[in-house]
Design a protein around this ligand. Sequence first.
Ligand code: NAP
Length: 431
Amino acid sequence: MESAPVRVGMLGCGNVGAALLILINEQHAAVARRTGLALEVGAVAVRDPGRDRNVPVDPGLFTDDPASVVANPEIDVVVEVMGGIDPAHRLVVEALERGKPVVTANKELLASHGPELYALAEGAGVDLLFEAAVAGAIPIMRLLRESLAGEPITRVMGIVNGTTNFILSRMAEEAMPYGEALAEAQRLGYAEADPTADVEGIDAAAKAAIMASLAFGVRVTADDVYREGISSITSEDIEFAGRLDHCIKLLAIAERRDVGDGPNIGVRVHPAMVPLDHPLASVRDSFNAVFVEGEAVGELMFYGRGAGGRPTASAVLGDLINAAGNLRRSHGARIGNLQPAVVTPIEELESAYYLEVEVDDRPGVLSRVAAVFGDHDVSIRSMEQEGLGVEARLIFITHAARERDLRATLEGLDGLDAVRSVGSMLRVVGD
Ligand code: NAP
């Protein structure tokens, strides 16, 4: 049986908002049948209310005053799909303070103000749901928050930026240089005219902070995340990775470290060499995936569309139904009280590494190069040599080593007169 409608106030009606309004309209009967809930859109705030948006909503419900939507006593749940920090931050705070559940897709807002907003929602006993903020349509937030709430999670690794995954896929599969692959992503609408947020890992770092917060119950913001993008990845790196049966992916990694007393974590975004037989290696084009490792559960992987109006709207609608149901039952989806995080700097984290070094091709060089690794406690797992006339290219894969020791090794190699250049360094993940 349908109860009284739950009135929804929308902040934004762009790619995601418009797709959500269409989906609510299409799914209205199915949602009512399956959940007993009737969702009714009560107001929609946009910048330009006069524009025809081709959505199934009375044009009289549009306003250019988002604060009036939040303050409207007729609105039960607020959906924030306007993006950016201001005024979204102020509006979300206002809604939570008024005791209204909030559904948002805004990773930027959560990565900078998440801990404050989670605490506010927790204190007010209202929902703050944000499934669409990480990996678009993939329901990873609810999994971390509910299904895996009792799981001792050890690591969460995600391909959470479709633009960079598309670029890296094109570079590997079509042997395209980086610039050409980026231009194609822009032509197809996968990359913005200014691609900085995607290619420099800023978008992925925001998502890494949110994933780390939920996976480990700690307060993490984007400033805590070590970040490297993909703009320096060359066709040669991709080719060498392929020769070694690896591919290169931009990974967002949040991991638990069993040191010290408190919750000690590492959280980083960087390109990584991933073995071709790892499940994440099969995630191509603009798709996203999140790989979760836990002590009890073992390995899990979730795969799907990370962006696009309709897939993202599906995740928002799932949250909206959850929030509406909780409101009717007078309870909230708990995040819990997040603890302060001890975030380990990248220098102290461990990884295996891929290194490319160009050296003079003469006797004795190899042993001097190998000695530098040994001097810094970095042990070599494999080495390949390629002749280049009077020079040779050495490709090393190391065993797991501390980043600080690896960096010292790079410096040591740079100081050897037989070393012509120290080329690419990539972390190897998932072996
Ligand atoms: P968008 O197309 O730019 O839409 C933004 C909407 O918000 C527009 O309707 C805009 O009004 C309205 N708006 C912006 N500032 C406003 C203000 N100050 N007052 C009133 N209205 C305002 O953005 P989107 O792609 O839908 O993304 C929305 C959110 O979802 C962002 O946080 C984004 O990161 C997140 N997200 C998007 C995707 C995706 O695939 N697009 C995927 C995952 C998450 P006008 O229409 O009048 O300009």
